[in-house]
Design a protein around this ligand. Structure first.
Ligand code: FES
Length: 162
């Protein structure tokens, strides 16, 4: 791993911070160390192609993750969603050189957050979920006819009118 590049990226991380007008956000936690990373993406239309206009991140994690996330948010600018989805952790962190074994998951966490954000965007493309309506399909009949049983079973979802 290139310590100097790591130190540079940590000392001056790019694209750090929330993006209030983002189109998509993805968050992952690392099962290896409990750190977390969140990534925001904003798209733009460039010559008829939908590309990543900018990306930002917030890290509740180690310095390697911050350095890789900083590089990744710069690397994906101008790429399409499909191009960005193809990037693997070792490509995102390539500028730092090979990560030591105990830091490989840091790069994978960045890849995970990036993919979560890229996939979140496609998941939000369909119609938004309608507001939940109070238990229409299931509960009321059963709950009304068997209030004692329903309450004691602990499996009926109680919906309060607001
Ligand atoms: Fe776990 Fe880097 S993200 S040590």
């Amino acid at each position: 791993m290139d310590e100097q590049k790591l130190q540079d990226a940590i000392a001056n991380p790019q694209n750090l911070g929330e993006m209030p007008d983002a189109d998509a956000v993805g968050t992952v936690g690392s099962p290896d160390c409990g750190d977390m990373l969140r990534m925001w993406i904003k798209y733009a239309d460039k010559e008829g192609r939908k590309v990543i206009d900018k990306a930002s991140f917030q890290s509740f994690g180690c310095q390697t993750a911050i350095a890789v996330a900083s590089l990744a948010t710069q690397m994906i600018q101008g790429k399409t969603r499909e191009e960005a989805l193809r990037l693997k952790a070792d490509e995102l962190s390539a500028d730092l050189g090979p990560l030591p074994p105990m830091k490989i998951h840091c790069g994978q966490m960045v890849e995970g957050a990036l993919k979560a954000a890229l996939e979140a965007e496609s998941a939000t493309a369909p119609l938004p979920t309608p507001a939940p309506s109070p238990a229409t399909a299931t509960g009321p009949t059963l709950a009304d006819s068997l209030p004692g049983a329903a309450a004691s079973s602990g499996r009926v979802k109680i919906v309060f009118d607001t």
